[in-house]
Each structure stands twice: as C-alpha cells, then as structure tokens.
Design a protein around this ligand. Structure first.
Ligand code: PLP
Length: 387
C-alpha cells in the first residue's frame, strides 16, 4: 500500500512556546488593546528596517488604506499599481474614492514595469503602489525617478518583502510609505496585523489619526483644549488598531525574522539548483543588487514544451498532497473590476504569466524532506508530460 504523505500547504506560520508565552503575558496584564507592546513592536520594527517611524495596524489591507489616506488619495485621483498582486493593493485606492490604474509587469521579474508606469501617468495621477511580488524588490530607482518627475507619492506594498533588500537598503526604508502584512502565510505573523513605515513625521501623524477614528489626545495638534478628559476628532478615521496581544506575538516573531528569512533563501536555493536547467519551466529571475525575501517561489511553465496545461499540473500536484497555489489572477480580471470599468484593460505580460505560473510551497518550517517531495512531485509530472 502506498502511504500518502500529509498535506503540505504553500505556506504556514511557525510558532513556538516562547511566542505563546509572550502572548500569555499580555493576557495577564492590564493592556489588551493598543498599549506598551504595540509601541515596543513599532520601535523594534522601525529599527529592523532602518526607518524613523512605524505604525502598527489591524492588517496589511488597513495598512494600504491608511497609506492611501495619508497620501491624500480621493475621488478623481488615479493611482498606478500592478495587476499581479493581491486585490487589496488596488482595493485600498477604491476605499479612498480613487481609481486604480494597472501598469503591466516586466516579463523577467514579474514586477511592475517602470516604462509601463510612464505610459499610464496622467494629470490625475497622485501615487504609485509598486508591489514587491514574491519578495523580489521592484526597480525602485526608476520608480522614484518617475515619482519625482511627476510629483507622485510612492507607497510600496511590501506584504511579501519583510527583510528583502534593494541596493543595500532594507525594503521599508526607501519610499514615502511602505506597508507590511503579518497574516500567517507571510514572513512573521500576528494572526492578523500590519505595519506602515515612513521617514516623514507629517505622514506618521496622519497615519496615527487614521488608525483610531481620526481622534487625537495630543494637545499640540488639537484646536482647543478643555481639560485632561478631552480629545478631539480631527479627521474621519477608522478603528484599525492592533491589539497588544497581537503586538506581543509580532515582537516575539520579529526576533526570528532573520532566521526565517535565511531558511526561505535556503529552500529557494534548493529549488533553483534542481530546476534551473529544466527546459519545461523557468525558475524565478533574480535582479542584481537585490535580495528577495522569498515569500513565494513561482515557477513558470513553458507550455510550448508540454502536453498539458497549468491546471493539469496543478491538480496532479494536489493529488500528491502538494499544496501548490497560483499568485495571482490579474486584479482587473476579477468580476468586481470587470463590472466596474476594467473590461477593456489588457496587460499582455500579466495575462500570459497568469496562465503559466505555479507557486511551490515555501515556508521556514518546511523540512528538507518536504522540499525533496515537492521537487520529485514536480519533476515526475513534468517528465510525464514533456513533448
Ligand atoms: C497579504 C497581502 C496584502 C494584505 O494583507 P492582509 O494582512 O491580509 O490584509 C496586501 N498585499 C499583498 C501583496 C499581500 O500579499
């Protein structure tokens, strides 16, 4: 009898007893919601990426929403982003009444193509949201140059890029604002959670307001001050606070971020070593001068050399309990966008990529045996289907 291997997901968290202990300590303390642990987590995260300010927030989507708000995005404004991302990168623009505009990707890196950004800039463009897809940094020099030329705000979506570096700087320290996610599939987790980093005191203050109803208790920015009970609502914000329960987990996880990152890079190297000379697939191209944080390991099938399509490969791997995934359907292809003005959008590179990609399992807790199982599974299916 063949013993079926247990299901291997494409990603999952890694929690240890020390993480659980850190959370339990908060549960026994006075503060459950935003308090000393959140502040500690913000300071530690800002130090980690090398930036002046960090704002902990309910999740990565709220981080994008807050950043769009702080950038002043409103009705009539256009914001350029990539189709190859999670829907939240574009949705955040919509939350503020703005219009996401999709610029196609570079065929090699799968990241937004700066020359496509240039083509999409209009008088209405206010910001660019580059997404470091899989953890590979975008061409930030060129994106910064375009932003400067047209006076645009840059919000990096770094949900995949905790620990990635671009020309010697950690992602999170480069643009006006950078957003992170601590969902369990991401590099470090707080269950749900997110962070925005910035070097601007002005943006920092806006982000703080937005996170908590637009309300302040800071005498220096109030219009009036009536007594020590007094607070003022200065803008229309949300309740997007992170709890101290989550922040304690985040702090504990952050201590392991570099160890997790190292392991992700080891796994990526194991895949690349085996797959780089396989003619039926392409391994992820790595840009010089950057280091990916390897949130995802995406293989691209050379369909011309195969007798089967992506779906068949995907399903064959799932039959072997290998939890591969697909990241992403181009955002404008979702019914919501198709029904709201995007039916004529065509980003040829993104659409072509979508039909060919499979995300292999990659997460720090994977064993070398798990990696070998994936390698064998992929090799077997592709060898059987080679033309
Ligand atoms: C995960 C993710 C988000 C959203 O983060 P949440 O914490 O799940 O809200 C945004 N953008 C990208 C690219 C992501 O992968």
């Amino acid at each position: 009898m063949v013993v079926r291997k247990p299901y291997l997901p494409y990603s999952r968290q890694w929690l240890d007893d020390d993480d659980i202990k850190a959370v339990a300590e908060v549960l026994k303390s006075d503060y459950l919601t935003t308090g000393p642990k959140s502040a500690e987590f913000e300071t530690a995260f800002a130090q980690y990426v090398g930036v002046n300010f960090a704002v902990a927030i309910a999740n990565g989507t709220a981080a994008l929403h807050a950043a769009c708000y702080a950038a002043g995005i409103q009705a009539g404004d256009e914001v350029i982003t990539t189709p190859i991302t999670f829907a939240a990168s574009a949705n955040a623009v919509r939350y503020c009444g703005g219009t996401p505009v999709f610029a196609d990707i570079e065929p090699a890196t799968y990241n937004i193509d700066p020359s496509e950004i240039r083509k999409m800039v209009t008088e209405k463009t206010k910001a660019i949201i580059p997404v470091h897809f899989t953890g590979q940094p975008c061409d930030m020099d060129e994106i910064s140059r375009i932003a400067k030329e047209y006076n645009l705000v840059v919000i990096e979506d770094a949900a995949h890029a905790v620990g990635a570096d671009y020309k010697g700087n950690l992602i999170g320290s480069i643009s006006d604002m950078t957003t992170f996610s601590f969902h369990p599939v991401k590099h470090i987790t707080t269950g749900e959670g997110g962070m925005i980093t910035t070097n601007s005191e002005e943006l920092y203050q806006k982000l703080l307001l937005f996170r908590s109803h637009g309300i302040t208790r800071d005498k220096n920015i109030m219009l009036d001050y009536q007594g020590s009970w007094y607070y003022e609502q200065l803008a229309l914000g949300y309740n997007y606070r992170m709890t101290d329960i989550q922040a304690a987990l985040g702090l504990s996880q952050l201590k392991k971020a570099n160890r997790f990152l190292h392991r992700r890079r080891e796994i990526a190297d194991m895949y690349t070593a085996v797959f780089k000379d396989t003619p039926v697939l392409q391994v992820p191209f790595q840009q010089e001068g950057c280091n990916s944080s390897w949130h995802l390991y995406v293989i691209q099938l050379n369909l011309e050399k195969l007798k089967c399509n992506r779906k068949e490969v995907f399903e064959a791997l799932h039959r072997e309990n290998i939890g591969v995934n697909v990241h992403y359907l181009p955002v404008y292809k979702h019914p919501f966008y198709q029904q709201n003005g995007y039916q004529d959008v065509r980003c040829a590179c993104s659409e072509n990529l979508y039909n060919r990609i499979i995300s292999l399992p990659i997460f720090p807790k994977m064993t070398n045996q798990n990696v070998q199982d994936v390698i064998h599974g992929v090799k077997n299916i592709l060898e059987r289907n080679e033309k």
